[in-house]
Design a protein around this ligand. Structure first.
Ligand SMILES: Nc1ncnc2c1ncn2[C@@H]1O[C@H](COP(=O)(O)OP(=O)(O)OP(=O)(O)O)[C@@H](O)[C@H]1O
Length: 312
């Protein structure tokens, strides 16, 4: 376990503090009192539906947007007032428009490395991100995935203590995504704090120590991935095709049942471990066989849909 992680588990210090953050565009409030604290050495995820206010929130952390109200501190700095100092401690994934089309990959890495007092050797970083064969390619000629990997390299080359990654692996193929996850885990294990905006549940579940689910500009939940899954209305999902008619009211009366859905003679219940036991007992008493019985745990995706009402 890294030093930073064990410190965190012992109640480490917050390196990013966001308190009652508010931001409106043209009179429309898109960030409405967001608060969270990111502790040193953790990967903190921000998850939410499109337009929830995630990018606006992290851009306030990066000092790219000025909050209307609330307080943001990054390594004790005010991101707007102390922007110059912040640039030395915070690495951020660039937006595409911010890099000169004619720069080669090598030039971009050298240029960014030269901006920091103690940069990483960019060659192993480029190698790790699969860019070694593209060092002389101009930015404009890179594929979407290669640009994305270059942005990740540029965010890390200054050896920042804090990294903000917005849509880290969007546009990457499954292999590159996995490699990038391993790189981010190594970065975290070296003590770096990572703030990660993502749409990928698998990414959030694998990488994040804690996640803030943001919906309509507010924090809907803040917990570990396992904690969020545990909050899902039905943490266990049971489905089967009964061999004889089954009265829905008897299923609904079982302990812990959160929902029941029928399709083509097959029933799917969301509930708890206790629901599984009760279903088996009910079926046994009625001498009913459960054909193609499947029992699975709810996923972060289920929790996300419950929390954000994203199916509304
Ligand atoms: N500069 C701007 N001017 C006006 N409205 C904006 C501006 N930037 C963002 N918005 C609006 O604010 C809302 C929140 O946007 P934001 O990009 O923060 O959401 P998000 O959660 O990151 O969304 P996504 O997942 O789609 O990237 C959206 O409705 C967006 O259209």
């Amino acid at each position: 376990m890294s030093r930073a992680r064990s410190e965190r588990e012992a109640g480490g210090m917050s390196v990013i503090e966001v308190s009652e953050l508010r931001k409106s565009y043209g009179g429309r409030t898109v960030v409405d009192g967001v608060s969270f604290a990111v502790e040193e050495g953790e990967i903190f995820g921000i998850l939410g539906p499109n337009g929830a206010g995630k990018t606006t929130t992290v851009e306030c952390v990066e000092g790219l947007r000025v909050p209307d109200a609330g307080r943001v501190r990054v390594a004790g700095l005010d991101p707007v007032a102390d922007h110059g100092k912040l640039a030395l401690v915070l690495g951020a994934q660039l937006q595409e428009s911010r890099l000169q089309a004619k720069l080669t990959v090598r030039e971009a890495l050298e240029l960014y490395a030269a901006c920091y007092p103690n940069p990483a050797d960019w060659r192993p970083l480029a190698e790790r991100l699969g860019l070694s064969g593209r060092l002389d390619t101009r930015f404009a000629r890179l594929s979407g995935g290669q640009k994305q990997r270059l942005f990740i390299a540029l965010a890390l080359v200054g050896r920042p203590g804090i990294v903000v990654l917005d849509e880290l692996t969007t546009g990457l193929d499954p292999h590159a995504r996995r490699t990038t996850w391993e790189l981010i885990e190594d970065v975290r294990d070296s003590g770096v704090t990572v703030l990660l905006v993502t749409h990928f549940m698998e990414e959030a579940q694998r990488l994040c120590d804690r996640i803030a689910v943001i919906d309509q500009g507010r924090v809907a939940a803040l917990d570990t991935p396992a904690g969020l899954v545990g909050r899902s209305a039905g943490a266990t999902v049971i489905s089967f095709t009964p061999s004889a008619p089954l009265d829905e009211s008897r299923l609904a009366a079982l302990p812990g049942v959160a929902s029941i859905a029928w399709k083509d003679g097959r029933v799917t219940l969301a509930g708890t471990d206790g629901t599984v036991d009760a279903v088996i007992t009910l079926l046994a008493r009625g001498h009913i066989t459960a054909h193609q019985l499947r029992v699975s745990d709810a996923t972060l995706n289920d929790a996300f849909l419950d929390l954000t009402g994203a199916d509304r």
